[in-house]
Design a protein around this ligand. Structure first.
Ligand code: HEM
Length: 663
């Protein structure tokens, strides 16, 4: 019979799902040390084959490229039938080929990208101007946030010649959050993908939310395309200045080659695949540079010599900046934005190195593990851009020890754009400013490793699962950032408190870590509900969570302790922000709120629902805060703060519980 690649023994029902933990790329790298560079796992009902060496990656992505070129389509990608139109999810067949051809020759070719680089240059200048303003105002920059916005605008300008994340443009800014939401949703493990029987129920609601998000994106694309068609009819456009003109030209010549629906789905693919990948690379590069000041100095020296101090970088400068390019490669070696590429699939049994990859298996190429393989890389976990200075190894899919963009026919089509914009953003940021970490963090303390052994004790055990298993299962499904819980709890727990304080620009993975610590009932219930379908019972045992629960009113002692902790917290905070909500009205607390602002000197933002409840001419007023509809840069200020004060009204006390607390 067919010989499956080796792998860990599966448990009933869940298979090896519990082995994944919350950092599957890491857990699977560890397992590969035991079972080898090709191993098979049972993930719920699905078989997965994991590839963890350059030689095997070459076999899968190059030598047997075609056999491995299909995709396992996540359930969420079925929203709006996206999988039927999307270049990311279509199997390798005619439609996919024609979409790839359009991208290669009309969107991502060197001459096209040269032609519209001015559209992107302007966005980089705006990023630098914004950082400069923060610098003047003494405000720390939320690097991840602004780079994400910039990446989105770089892309939306390349495609539509507009900013879809322009804070000053009506209705345009919600799309930043929307694209972010899509990323978050796509990155979340979905039980349905392991237990297809759950598809109808959609227990975590992933597909349903995706349907909503995709719908909003399609509305936007539809509108932008209509506007462009109108301009073209009036003869005011129709050149080839951006991607949408090019696609409409192709469509007019031959509607078979690409129709309107395909254009809209292609736009979605480009935003979904191109935004977060780009921005997380720049963000990681910044983090690595801040973490190793020597490298930062060298990079600055190269830029100063070649470009001149405090100038932004042009795409055409990249060729003369070998050290900067090496930094980008080294960042992608250690932090590939897609640690497993985008999972492939085989449609038939495929023989490889004496094993059979069974029909329908998902194939995960662990690019993360390959980039850190000690048999390939010296000092694999150190950030050493120098290693690329005398080396021909590149990230373009020819060197299988470094494949952040994949390789073979499914290689990332956006590679040529990414290798332009990443060095330009990064180089401009480091050439324009001196950077230092906010708060009390020393460079050495920066958390460069994905939450290493700091996972707090988790609290749930189940009859069939060991506590360890339960822990990894829970953390695997716990990607929701339970931010509000973290905020409230920050006033309670010293670890959380100090984490917040030291977080000049809160790293999502840190917030994530603490959100697990404060694991919420809602998520437990979700897991319970989801697992009910597969008949594994999860029950709670005595646990540490009680200590951190914040949904109840405190007793008197607790209250005093809270006030003390809150005071200490606020005293240490460098730039707290007060955020007023509509509940100020219910509590008739606006006068008190204004008074608090006066006394404390803290800056104040209001939620849209509380607009008008705080005098807008007040010297401390910074605007309206609520993600999508924030006043220009208000969100950036609020989100980069080290202490928030959200106003709220607490429910009346329940029997046997201490004093009520005011709003
Ligand atoms: C740092 C930046 C980026 C990285 C690391 C990256 C990485 C990847 C990887 C690993 C894949 C899957 C390869 C495989 O399945 O073997 C991929 C596919 C893809 N990428 Fe990128 N990407 C980046 C930027 C972009 C940009 C800027 C765009 C477009 C604007 C883009 C568009 C796509 C598309 C459409 C696919 C699907 C291709 C297919 O399935 O045939 N990517 N990318």
């Amino acid at each position: 019979g067919p010989k499956l690649p080796p792998g860990p023994a599966p448990l009933p029902v869940v298979g090896n799902l519990l082995k994944l933990g919350d950092k599957p790329h890491k857990s699977l790298a560890e397992l590969a040390k035991i079972h080898g560079p090709i191993m098979s796992l049972k993930l719920g009902r699905k078989t997965a084959v994991v590839i963890s060496s350059p030689a095997l990656a070459k076999e899968v992505l190059q030598k047997q490229d075609l056999a491995f070129s299909s995709r396992t389509v996540p359930n969420a990608a079925h929203a709006h039938d996206h999988n039927k139109y999307s270049v990311v999810w279509l199997p390798v067949a005619d439609r996919w080929r024609s979409l790839r051809k359009i991208m290669n020759s009309h969107i991502f070719s060197g001459s096209r990208l040269d032609a519209n680089q001015n559209l992107r240059q302007k966005k980089v200048q705006e990023l630098i101007d914004y950082a400069g303003k923060c610098c003047q105002d003494g405000i720390a920059v939320d690097i991840g946030g602004v780079i994400f916005t910039t990446s989105l605008n770089l892309l939306s300008n390349t495609i539509f010649s507009v900013d879809i994340a322009n804070p000053n443009q009506d209705s345009a800014k919600q799309y930043r959050d929307l694209v972010w939401q899509i990323m978050v949703e796509a990155g979340k493990p979905n039980l349905v993908d392991y237990f297809p029987a759950l598809a109808k129920i959609d227990p975590q609601g992933v597909r349903s939310r995706m349907t909503d998000y995709f719908g909003k994106m399609f509305e936007l694309f539809g509108r932008l395309i209509d506007e462009r068609l109108e301009l073209r009819r009036l003869g005011e456009s129709g050149g080839e200045k951006d991607v949408i003109d090019i696609l409409l030209n192709i469509n007019e010549e031959n509607n078979e080659e690409i129709d309107r629906t395909h254009i809209e789905h292609l736009c979605l693919d480009l935003f979904a695949a191109g935004t977060d990948t780009t921005s997380s690379s720049v963000e990681w590069a910044m983090a690595e540079l801040l973490h190793s000041p020597d490298t930062l100095e060298k990079a600055k020296a190269e830029l100063e010599k070649t470009i001149g101090k405090r100038k932004t970088i042009q795409e055409s400068d990249i060729a003369q900046l070998p050290y900067l390019r090496a930094i980008v490669k080294e960042t992608m070696r250690l932090h590939p934005p897609g640690p497993f590429l985008i999972p492939h699939r085989v449609e038939t049994n495929v023989e490889i190195f004496g094993y059979t990859v069974p029909q329908g298996a998902q194939v995960l190429v662990n690019a993360w593990a390959i980039g850190r393989d000690p048999s390939v890389w010296t000092n694999p976990t150190s950030f050493m851009p120098e290693r690329f200075l005398d080396s021909d190894i590149d990230i373009r899919g020819r060197d299988f020890e470094l494949i952040p963009f994949g390789a073979g026919r499914r290689i990332c089509p956006g590679l040529s754009l990414a290798v332009r914009v990443i060095p330009v953003m990064l180089g401009s940021l480091i050439n324009s400013f001196d950077w230092k970490l906010e708060g009390e963090i020393n460079p050495e303390e920066l958390d460069m490793e994905d939450n290493n052994g700091q996972q707090p004790d988790l609290l749930v055990a189940a009859p069939q699962l060991t506590p360890d298993d339960a822990r990894s299962l829970l953390s695997f499904f716990a990607h929701d950032q339970l931010l509000s819980i973290v905020q409230s709890a920050a006033l309670r727990h010293p670890d959380v408190l100090s984490a917040f304080r030291t977080n000049g620009h809160p790293r999502p993975d840190r917030i994530y870590r603490y959100s697990i610590l404060l694991f919420d009932l809602e998520t437990d219930a979700l897991i319970k509900k989801a697992l009910r379908g597969v008949k594994v019972k999860v029950t709670h045992r005595g646990n540490i969570r009680r200590k951190y629960r914040i949904s109840r009113l405190s007793n008197k002692m607790g209250l005093e302790a809270d006030v003390e902790a809150a005071t200490a917290f606020l005293d240490k905070a460098v730039k707290p922000v007060m955020v007023g909500g509509s509940k100020l009205r219910v509590a008739k607390a606006y006068d008190a709120f204004v008074e608090l602002a006066d006394d404390s000197g803290y800056v104040v933002a209001v939620m849209p629902s509380a607009k008008g409840m705080f005098p807008e001419h007040h010297p401390h007023f910074i605007g309206t805060y609520w993600g999508a509809v924030s006043t220009a840069f208000c969100a950036e200020i609020v989100e980069s703060t080290d202490a928030y004060l959200f106003s709220r009204v607490l429910p009346p006390p329940q029997e046997g519980e201490g004093n009520p607390r005011a709003a």
